[in-house]
Design a protein around this ligand. Structure first.
Ligand code: ADP
Ligand code: MG
Length: 701
């Protein structure tokens, strides 16, 4: 086969032509032979097995049986006639049913002759039936040559309408195998094939499209899944190695005065073991010659802020500036305030830069950044603006990073000639599997321990009909001097209605919690930033006891005196969001509560979410459930699902294959980081091709 034959435009494949090519491109993104070859079936109809009637199960399934028709009758019913045949084998009987074409079918059917039938079984009124079965005389069936495992390809309505049916796709693939002679080059090394007992690539591709039996199919799937995950890992790992080798970092070699003074005199509490461990990891990175690129995962309230601050002090001790970027103004404000408080009287200059900072102020900040007199800049994405130039940026910290795009991350890289060290902090626990594939190019630190004295939040589920009881409970808590959040969903698609719910809820709270005894704040996205801050601050200062809000308070907000989180219409929130919201309480020493309010009607998925929330406080466990419920694309938001655009592997289900792939990718690259050894030649070819096609999401610059 010519090496570039697979790059041939699909229009040249016999049976395609310009019209079909256009449809294939528009609907399935298939442009070349290679794209078609990698358009894999998503399921198969197994015709290798012949079922017996007594093996049928009540859930409907597509099956093949052998047996005889012993009786045919026409049944009159309200909506027209139906034809019913009694079908038997040696184990039992069932019905075959036709709603159309009676006359013709009745003439065709032969009594007491063995047939092979295929179709979807149903269980209805105590009888198994199969509507409109495919039928073939057993004698013909035995003579015929057929595909026993029929592949079913992912399709779209348009494809079907334009005549590109499943059968046509299958025929086109057959044609592709004929034209290419199925001689596809091997991409893995003999060692890998042998160690993992993988079938050759060409055999795998043949069997994925035209499997001989279940066993062959399983081996083809394993081989192709492994290959897909393996090359993703190769890319991620080599990117990491490359960065460590090629991209010099600023070595922060000494731990100096600022860090030590802070540690000895200003640290308001003892660090947890997990915090110490993470700071050590960061120090090791910063002290080496390579640029740090680290993801810091820590559940809400685990104490990431202090880790951020101490890292920034290290930068300062070595003569570098740092910046901390947060996704919202409220959060940037809060970071700024807590850092200032932590720093106390220390001689460290710190400033806040957000969209609402005045122009004159902004100018001062710009100047201080450029002449180096400003040490730490906290802000929103306003810090990314071109006008913001640092004298010597050495460390950039990004909080809640999944809200920022890749492009933004890369802008930070270019704020200095040598890119600054990067620390990405996230409170969204990412299951290890996902972290491995999404952030395989980052090093990962985890704070897996909460500061001492925290009482786990008690979470309950209550129906709307119990609202009065819930309100009584709120009043008791408020009497004890505590504060309460009441959160409403705000979904883009139903925004107007959601705002109405929020305002209705607010008004009913005002009625039930009247002035002057109770003060209520409200914060939502339609308010002006000044007003939002004003309301937020009243709550932070304890002037109001109740904060009614949409999810704007979801991330980062820290009011340790708030002990109750009420989530309205909790069934409408995703798991990770519920967990984030719950993290707003339980931040002080008092027992805290999270109350999930819902109506009576709940989907089974919603029930699982509520049950998970009431069962556990463990963010990683919740993330695993969330991943299973929603799949990885949703979990990370569309921005990052690009990488997860896998053709055959499934990050959740193929977790074990992923681990294996990572292990072997690591092993290969440790021995041969640039894949230049002769024996790794096939890997190198594939790797280069993947990079050329930008197959993988390019996270870094
Ligand atoms: P998050 O990881 O959610 O950003 P924060 O850094 O905001 O958490 O910390 C949550 C709260 O816990 C803050 O009030 C902080 O002062 C406190 N805290 C952090 N670390 C410790 C510790 N080691 N001991 C006691 N309290 C701590
Ligand atoms: Mg935080």
């Amino acid at each position: 086969m010519k090496p570039n034959l697979l790059q041939t435009p699909i229009t040249y494949l016999k049976g395609v032509g310009p019209n079909r090519a256009q449809v294939l491109q528009a609907e399935l993104g298939i442009e070349t032979y290679n794209d078609l070859l990698h358009h894999f079936p998503n399921r198969y109809i197994d015709k290798t097995r012949y079922y017996k009637i007594n093996e049928l199960e009540r859930n409907s399934a597509e099956l093949q049986l052998t047996g005889r028709i012993v009786h045919i009758k026409t049944v009159e019913q309200k909506k027209g006639k139906r034809l019913v045949a009694r079908f038997v084998d040696e184990t039992g009987e069932m019905e075959l049913v036709w709603f159309r074409g009676h006359k013709w079918i009745k003439e065709q059917l032969k009594l007491n002759v063995p047939y092979v039938i295929f179709g979807r079984t149903q269980w209805f009124n105590g009888v198994f039936s199969m509507p409109h079965p495919d039928m073939e005389l057993l004698s013909d069936h035995e003579k015929g040559l057929r595909i026993k495992m029929q592949p079913i390809y992912p399709s779209t309505e348009k494809l079907g309408n334009k005549g590109i049916t499943n059968k046509v796709l299958s025929q086109l693939l057959q044609q592709l195998f004929i034209e290419t002679k199925g001689a596809f080059a091997e991409t893995l090394t003999p060692t890998l094939l042998e160690d993992l007992k993988l079938i050759p690539r060409k055999e795998a591709l043949l069997n994925i499209h035209f499997p001989r039996d279940q066993n062959k199919l399983a081996r083809a799937q394993f081989r192709l899944k492994f290959e897909e995950l393996f090359f993703i890992q190769v890319q991620l790992i080599s990117k990491n190695l490359l960065r460590k080798k090629k991209i010099k970092g600023f070595p922060f070699q000494h731990v100096g005065k600022k860090f030590n003074t802070f540690y000895k005199e200003y640290l308001p509490f003892q660090l947890t073991g997990a915090q110490q461990k993470v700071i050590k990891e960061i120090r090791a990175d910063l002290g080496s010659n390579a640029q740090m690129n680290r993801l810091l995962q820590g559940d809400v309230g685990s104490g990431k802020t202090i880790v951020a601050l101490m890292s920034m002090l290290l930068a300062l001790d070595n003569g570098y500036q740092s910046c901390l970027m947060a996704p919202t103004e409220i959060l940037a404000n809060q970071h700024f305030n807590s850092l200032k408080e932590l720093l106390g009287e220390m001689d460290v200059s710190i400033a806040l830069l957000t969209g609402s900072v005045r122009k004159s102020n902004r100018k001062e900040i710009h100047e201080a950044l450029e002449d180096g007199s400003l040490h730490i800049l906290v802000g929103t994405h306003a810090v990314l603006e071109h006008k913001v130039q640092f004298n010597n940026l050495g460390l950039a910290i990004i909080d809640e990073q999944h809200r920022f795009g890749v492009a933004q991350r890369s802008k930070l890289w270019h704020k200095n000639e040598i890119p600054p060290h990067i620390l990405v902090m996230t409170a969204t626990p990412i299951p290890r599997t996902l972290a491995m594939s999404l952030y395989g190019d980052l090093d990962i630190s985890v704070i897996d321990e909460l500061p001492p004295g925290r009482k786990p939040v008690k979470t309950v589920h209550r129906y709307d009909s119990n609202r009065l009881k819930v309100f009584r409970f709120l009043k008791e808590e408020i009497k004890k001097g505590r504060q309460v959040y009441v959160v409403y969903p705000l979904i883009k698609e139903s925004q107007a209605l959601d705002y109405k719910d929020l305002m209705d809820g607010y008004e009913s709270m005002v009625r039930d919690f009247p002035l002057p005894e109770y003060q209520i704040s409200i914060v939502h996205g339609k308010m002006k930033s000044d007003d939002k801050d004003y309301e937020m601050n009243r709550f932070v200062k304890g002037e109001t006891q109740i904060m009614v809000a949409t999810t704007v308070i979801e991330v980062g907000v820290n009011v340790p005196n708030a002990t109750v989180m009420i989530i309205e219409s909790a069934e409408r929130f995703g798991l990770s969001q519920l967990h984030q919201l719950r993290g707003r309480v339980g931040r002080g020493g008092e027992q805290s509560y999270c109350i999930l309010m819902t109506g009576q009607k709940l989907s089974s998925e919603a029930k699982t979410r509520l049950e998970t929330m009431t069962r556990t406080n463990d963010g990683f466990e919740i993330a695993e459930v969330d991943l299973k419920l929603r799949g990885p694309g949703d979990l990370m938001g569309t921005q990052q699902s690009g990488l997860l655009n896998l053709k055959i592997a499934d990050i959740v289900k193929d977790n074990d294959i992923l681990k294996t792939a990572r292990f072997y990718a690591m092993r290969v690259l440790q021995e041969d980081p640039d894949l230049i050894l002769e024996k790794n030649h096939p890997l190198r070819i594939t790797y280069l091709e993947l990079i050329r096609n930008k197959n993988i999401w390019n996270y870094i610059s």
